[in-house]
Write a protein that binds this ligand. Sequence first.
Ligand code: F6R
Length: 353
Amino acid sequence: MPILDDAQAMYNADTKGMLKALWELPEQCARAWELGMAADVSPMDNLRQVVVTGLGGSAIGGDLLRVYATQRLDVPVVVNRDYVLPKFVGPYTLVFAVSYSGNTEETLSAYVQAREKGARIVVLTTGGKLGELAGNDGVPVITVPGGIAPRSATGYLFIPTLAVLYRMGLLPDLSHEVAECTSLLQSMREKLKPEVPRDSNQAKMLAANFHNRIPVIWGSSGTTEVVAQRWKGQINENAKAPAYWNVFPELNHNELVGFEFPGELLRRLYVVILRDPQDHPRVQKRFAITREIMEGEVAGVVEIMARGSGTLARMYSLVYIGDYASVYLAMLYGVDPGPVRVIDTLKARLAEE
Ligand code: F6R
């Protein structure tokens, strides 16, 4: 029986429980809001910037926040994926230091710098060295449940930041948005889960289209840009396969020109356009024209529309489809979606030096 038609075989092949973590994502989002609401934070005067510092699965939550907050916060959100913080960080900066393991060296270095620069810090982690340092320094720590992969913890590593910003008086109460997101994902999982056959399971169909091809994921500036980046990362880490992402309208000014050569390779690309009902009307026009221009050049183009009414639900509805599709793609390649040996090896070798 082909693997995508055999739910039990997929659960067996998934030694780290990526499918289980996906199933539990809706409840994770609800819990994440509660964790943020319980954090020990107080309002801050003269806030000038918010910085989220983290890497990989712990950084994407920062981008979700950046995109979410861009039309809602009076100050910019900057995501820092490095050892070094930007020069502007100082006493008027709120820094979220995020590391699921608490042991990522770039994040530890940025945390130490944030302390030296006198920034206000909130840590999100399961523990590790970061939890220990913050505990000793009296820095508020939002301790999130462990036991899953960092990239499976996007609810825990993002939604508490919304609650913290609400509690600081910088964002409105978003509990209704979180509730909508949770119930939307609960209904979506019934259609995306392994037991649902391929011809009615959108994520399985996507995985079949990605198989032996290179996925190219396009979002648009606004809610879907970060989702496109998320899909790429999930395909890389879960399916151990390459994928690329870009953003409208920028890609209309360069990337689209590059769909002429080499024809043989272009026919191996499968393009996904992630859409949001609130995309700028001119960007919506661009989708249609772009599709027409390149459709014959690549293996296929599909458009996927976000669901839900709140921004959070719309973003997560697309994240959810991509997360499931990446795990199904792992199954098609016969690879265990959970382990990320390359990252583990890199971290271990760096620790030796
Ligand atoms: C693994 C994953 C990675 C890690 C990254 C940083 O699931 O997604 O991208 O998130 O290596 O590690 P943490 O999150 O522990 O700081």
